[in-house]
Design a protein around this ligand. Structure first.
Ligand SMILES: [Zn+2]
Length: 224
C-alpha cells in the first residue's frame, strides 16, 4: 500500500494549491492545469451510506486526477473560440454489502469522464449532445470537485452489489431455483417453539448449512 501524500492532496503540477471543494474550474481549464489527490470514504457522505457500518473503518480510498483544457469551437458568429473542458479520473475501492451472501466485499471503481463546462443551466440544456462520451456540466468559480467525484462514484455503483463468487455460500444457497434469496422463508412452521427448530420437511435448511460453515471457519478445529 502506498501511503504517500496522506491527506487532502492539493499537489498539482506547477502552479498553486488547488482546493478541490472550491475550484475555479474555468480558470483551471483555460490555463490547462492539473491536480490530483486522495479521498477517504468518510469524506464522501453519500457514498458512505452505501457502505455497511461494520465495514466503514476498513482500509479503502480513492485517488483522483483532474485536468483542464480548452478546445476550439465554432461560435454563433462563425468565429472559433476556445471552450473549457475538464477531464476527471477516479480510481479506488469501497466496501459494499454483497446482496447474495450479505458479507462485505471490496468493489473497485474506475471513472474516466470528460466534461464540457458551461456557465449556466440554460447553456447546458441548449448544448447539442451528439457525443455519448461527453457530459455537459455547469461550472463555477467555486466548483466542488469532490461533489462531482462522489456523484460519479454513486453513478458507477453496481445495481446489485455482489461478489463475483461468494466465498462462503453453500451450494444449497447459491444453486437454489430461481436464485431466490433466503430472506423469505416460505413455509411457516406449525408449532411455535421458541427454540427456532427447523428442518422439518425434506429440504435441507440453508441457514443450517450456513451455520455449519461458520462454525467450521470460525474456531479452528475444536470439533475435530
Ligand atoms: Zn457474496
Amino acid at each position: 500500500m502506498t501511503q504517500q501524500a496522506g491527506k487532502s492532496g492539493g499537489a498539482g503540477g506547477a502552479g498553486g494549491v488547488v482546493d478541490p471543494h472550491a475550484l475555479d474550474v474555468f480558470e483551471f481549464a483555460r490555463s490547462g492545469r492539473q491536480a490530483a489527490g486522495g479521498l477517504r470514504i468518510s469524506q464522501l457522505p453519500r457514498l458512505s451510506n452505501e457502505v455497511p457500518a461494520d465495514a466503514r473503518e476498513r482500509e479503502a480510498s480513492f485517488t483522483w486526477q483532474a485536468e483542464g483544457s480548452t478546445q476550439p469551437e465554432l461560435q454563433d458568429d462563425g468565429s472559433e473560440a476556445p471552450q473549457p473542458y475538464l477531464r476527471l479520473a477516479v480510481h479506488g475501492s469501497a466496501w459494499l454489502e454483497c446482496q447474495r451472501c450479505l458479507a462485505p466485499y471490496e468493489q473497485a471503481f474506475d471513472v474516466d469522464a470528460t466534461y464540457r463546462l458551461v456557465a449556466s443551466e440554460e447553456e447546458a440544456e441548449a448544448y447539442p449532445l451528439d457525443d455519448d462520451e461527453l457530459d455537459v456540466i455547469v461550472g463555477s468559480r467555486q466548483f466542488d470537485l469532490v461533489d462531482l467525484i462522489e456523484e460519479e462514484l454513486l453513478l458507477s455503483l453496481p445495481l446489485v452489489p455482489k461478489h463475483d463468487v461468494c466465498p462462503q455460500v453453500h451450494e444449497s444457497l447459491s444453486s437454489g431455483a430461481g436464485g431466490e434469496l433466503a430472506g423469505e422463508a416460505g413455509g411457516q412452521s406449525s408449532d411455535e417453539g421458541e427454540g427456532g427448530k427447523d428442518g422439518e420437511g425434506g429440504k435441507p435448511n440453508p441457514f443450517a448449512a450456513l451455520e455449519a460453515l461458520k462454525r467450521d471457519g470460525g474456531t479452528g478445529g475444536n470439533t475435530h
